[in-house]
Design a protein around this ligand. Structure first.
Ligand SMILES: Nc1ncnc2c1ncn2[C@@H]1O[C@H](COP(=O)(O)OP(=O)(O)O)[C@@H](O)[C@H]1O
Ligand SMILES: Nc1ccn([C@@H]2O[C@H](COP(=O)(O)OP(=O)(O)O)[C@@H](O)[C@H]2O)c(=O)n1
Length: 208
């Protein structure tokens, strides 16, 4: 059966880890939409383009072709022969990305890249079940307490748990506009669930 599964949620709620595992079980590709926003933020930082200047960001995209490659073992973003993926999960990009993501034309550009991907797939982000793939067959929205998310993420970033939690809360605040759950999404608080439990809960909702 051809399905799109959307997994949206707040920062560090488990979206990409869960999406990768769900996709593997379903033998589908998974798509990490946030990587495109992260890649634009990374390019802006690299080329000294102000993140509040949408026109300048769009010009940057015209001159630096970005490509999301949704491999099963992990998504990559390439820019003109260079793999940018390893540069996208830094505190610097975390701090800049929400400013990039607030621009409507830039969001339209990201959405165009995503809608051009061959279906079916599992896709994760903030607005996959609302703005981008409202027709998706199965929609989830993941949450977890800010403390739990900070503890999980602290191992992946420099800085103590308090600083990571403050940065996550700040990003959630900036991302609030595009982070509303779809009315038909199933909400899952993962604070007290293991990754395996979250994955099995989602798989139960996918039609056989
Ligand atoms: N339910 C869970 N239980 C334990 N650890 C989790 C769970 N979900 C995610 N993690 C861990 O939390 C961190 C953030 O998860 P990630 O998938 O990157 O979240 P997101 O894509 O929402 O930012 C990762 O280290 C991941 O392994
Ligand atoms: N569908 C999406 C995905 C990400 N984003 C933006 O991109 C940023 C990074 O997304 P991400 O999913 O890689 O971040 P994490 O939740 O993994 O920390 C978010 O903080 C949002 O600003 C968005 O606006 N819409």
């Amino acid at each position: 059966m051809l399905v799109i599964v959307t997994i949206d949620g707040v920062a560090a709620s488990g979206k990409s880890s869960v999406a990768a595992r769900v996709a593997q079980q379903l033998n589908l590709p998974f798509v990490s939409s946030g990587l495109l926003y992260r890649a634009v933020a990374r390019l802006a930082l690299k080329h000294d383009v102000p993140t509040q200047d949408q026109e300048a960001l769009l010009r940057l995209l015209d001159s630096h072709a970005l490509e999301l490659r949704p491999y099963a073992q992990g998504n990559e973003v390439w820019c003109e022969g260079e793999d940018l993926t390893h540069e996208l999960h830094t505190a610097e990009v975390d701090a800049a990305v929400s400013r990039v993501a607030q621009h409507s034309q830039l969001r339209a550009w990201v959405n165009e890249q995503l809608r051009a991907l061959p279906e079916p797939f599992v896709v994760e982000g903030r607005d996959m079940g609302t703005a981008v793939f409202p027709q998706a067959s199965v929609k989830f929205y993941l949450t977890a307490s800010a403390r739990v998310r900070a503890e999980r993420r602290a191992g992946e970033r420099t800085g103590d748990v308090d600083a990571v939690e403050a940065a996550l809360r700040e990003r959630d605040r900036h991302d609030a506009a595009q982070s509303r759950p779809a009315p038909d999404a199933l909400l899952l608080d993962t604070s007290n669930l293991s990754l395996d439990e979250v994955v099995s809960c989602i798989l139960k909702a996918v039609p056989a």
